[in-house]
Design a protein around this ligand. Sequence first.
Ligand code: AHR
Length: 514
Amino acid sequence: MKFKTITSALMLLLAFHIGQAQQTNVVISINAEQAKDTISKHIYGHFAEHLGRCIYEGIYVGEENTTIPNTEGVRNDIIEALKELNIPNLRWPGGCFADTYHWKDGVGPKEDRPTIVNRWWGGVTEDNSFGTHNFLNLCETLETEPYLSANVGSGTVQELIDWVQYTNHDKVSPMADWRRENGREEPWNVKYWGVGNEAWGCGGNMTAEYYADLYRKYATFMAGWSGDNKVFRIASGASGGDYHWTETLMKNVPHKLMEAVALHHYSVFDWSDKGPSATFDEEIYYKTIKEALKMEEFVTKHSEIMDKYDPDNKVALFVDEWGGWYDTEPEIANGVLYQQSTIRDVVLAGLTLNTFNNHARRVKMANLAQVVNVLQAVILTDKEKMILTPTYHVMNMYKVHQDALLLPTEITNNSLYNELPAISVSASKDANGVNHISLVNIDPKKEISIEISVADLGIKNVSGAVLTSNKLQDHNTFENPDKVKPADFKGFKLKKGMLTVKLPPYSLVVLEGK
Ligand code: AHR
C-alpha cells in the first residue's frame, strides 16, 4: 500500500515536470546591435512564365474580344492586386519556356507574328500576342523592375545582345530604331538579365563546366546600352543542394562578368507523386514543410561556397524560383500546374521568406513561382473572376520587410514538430524606425508560447495580424474568396520590455512594434 502511494506520488511529480518542460517558452532574442544588412526588396519578387493560364487568360486577355476590363490587354484587377503588393520585380518569360523563346517573334504588328508551340507546357500553340512591349509596359504600370530571362539553350549570343540593345539603347542603332518603329521612343532600361534558365535541365542539360564557359561568352557581349546603366547578369544556378554547380560558376567565371548566381528550390517531397494541393493529410503536410525547411540549409551552404570565392560579397544569390509544387486536381481542365494555395502554403511561404530575410547579406532577390494561376500563385482567375490566395496575404503582410534593416534573431529552446523546428522568425526595422517581427508556427496541433525581449528596441506599443484558419487545407475559392484572410492578432502581452506571444497552431503572425 505504502509502496503504491510512493509510486503514485513519483508519477505525479514526473508528470508535473514533463508538463513544465512542455510549457517552457520558446525564447527569441533580437540582436539589434548587430544589425548591418538591408533586406533587399527584391526578395519579394515574382515570376510569370508562358505556362498554363499564367500569361494568357491570367494576366493578358488581349484588347479585343474581351469584356474583362484591361489596360493594353492586361487585366485591371491583376494590376490593382499586384500594385497593392508593391511587387519589386517580375521575371519573364520563363522558366523552361525562356530557352525556347525568340523575342523577335513577339514584337511588331501582331498579325505578322509567327506562332510558337510551347513544347514544355502542354504543347499548346501560342500566337506571340504578348511580347516584350506588353511585358515591359506592364512593369512600368506596376512600377516594378523587369527581369528578363534570356534564351541560351536554343538562342544565340547575337539574339540576346540584340534584345539588350532593343530594350536599352537610347541612340541610333538597328534595334533601337526598330523599337521606335514599333511605337516606343524611350528605352526601358532593363537591368536584370538571366543568362539562360536551369541550364542543367530544360535549359540544355549542360554540365556546370560547359555552362560556365558558355556563360562567359554570353556575358562578355552584354554591355550596357544606355548611358551609365549597367546590366545585371544572372547566371543560371543550381537546383537545391547541387553545390558543385555553384562552386564551378564561382571558380570558373570571372566575377566581373557575373552579378548574381541563381538557385531554384521547390518544396516537393516526391517528384513522381507530389500529392494534392488541397486534399492532403497531415503526413503530406509534414513532408512538404520538411522540404521547405531545406531552403535554410541550401541558402547557407551555397552562401558559404560564394563566401569562399567572393569574400567581399560582390556576387549576389538570387533564388529566382521557389514555392510549393503539387499535383493539379484531375478535374481541372487545361490545368497546367494550376493548384490551390492553402494554410500549408502560408506556413511554407512564411518560413521561406524568414530564411531569405535572415540571409539578406547574400540573398538579394527571390521570385515566388508563379504569380497567377500557376504553382504557388498569389492570384487565381476564372474568366472574369479573380481571387487572392492565402499566399497573396503572406506577401502583403511581409512587404513591411522590403528594404528594411535586418535585425538578427536567435531562437533558443525551440519547440519541435516531430524533429522539425516549429518556430521560425525574422525581424527588421524600417526607414521610419518601426520594428516588424514575423513569426511562423509550423506545428499543426500545438499553440506555442514565445518570449521576445524588446526592451532594447524601445518598443512601447505592439499591434499584430495573424493568418490562419480552422483547417490546414482551407483555401479561398471563387465562391468563398475570403475564407482565409488576415485578422487582428491579440495573442500577446507586453510587460516591462518582455513580449509574450501565444502563436496558434499552423499560423503566421506579423507584429509591429513602435
Ligand atoms: O516554374 C515551373 C518550372 O520549374 C520552370 O519553368 C522551370 O524553370 C522549373 O523547373
